[in-house]
Design a protein around this ligand. Structure first.
Ligand code: ZN
Length: 139
């Protein structure tokens, strides 16, 4: 088989995979192309639909899809690709959990730093008003 035939086939497969992905994520629900909405699947310009909706796809799904594409590029079987994608998502979730915990710790620390000076400035809850306070002096 000639090189260009090979390229053409892989380009076709890439397009078919992307169309399948567009359909799986139900882009057709909001697709500006009436045919996609009518047929309840991606049947318009695959690339423009992808470009339109990809930015709003949740990161976890992007991680999954990228892992599938990478595995398929390496000529993995569908089963291997799905396994690789699950592993990629699990790893992403772990990293995300660490990142969220770090962000929460930073937020807690900065909240505590804001609380501290206020606590020091406030008088003790049961101490009587100071006789030298400006209000007492004027009476
Ligand atoms: Zn469409």
């Amino acid at each position: 088989m000639a090189e260009s035939d090979d390229d053409e086939i892989s380009a076709y497969r890439r397009l078919a995979a992307r169309r399948e992905f567009n359909t799986m994520l139900r882009y057709w629900i909001a697709c500006p192309n009436r045919r996609c909405r009518r047929h309840r699947r991606c049947c318009g310009d695959v690339e423009s639909c992808h470009a339109l909706f990809w930015p709003v796809v949740p990161e976890e799904i992007k991680v999954w899809w990228r892992a599938i594409c990478e595995a398929r590029r390496d000529r993995s079987s569908q089963r291997q690709a799905l396994r690789a994608a699950s592993a990629a998502v699990a790893s992403w979730r772990r990293r995300q959990a660490v990142r969220l915990a770090d962000a929460a710790a930073v937020q807690r620390r900065s909240a505590q730093a804001l609380e501290r000076p206020k606590q020091e400035a406030m008088p003790a809850p049961h101490s009587p008003p100071s006789p030298t306070s400006p209000r007492m002096r004027s009476m």
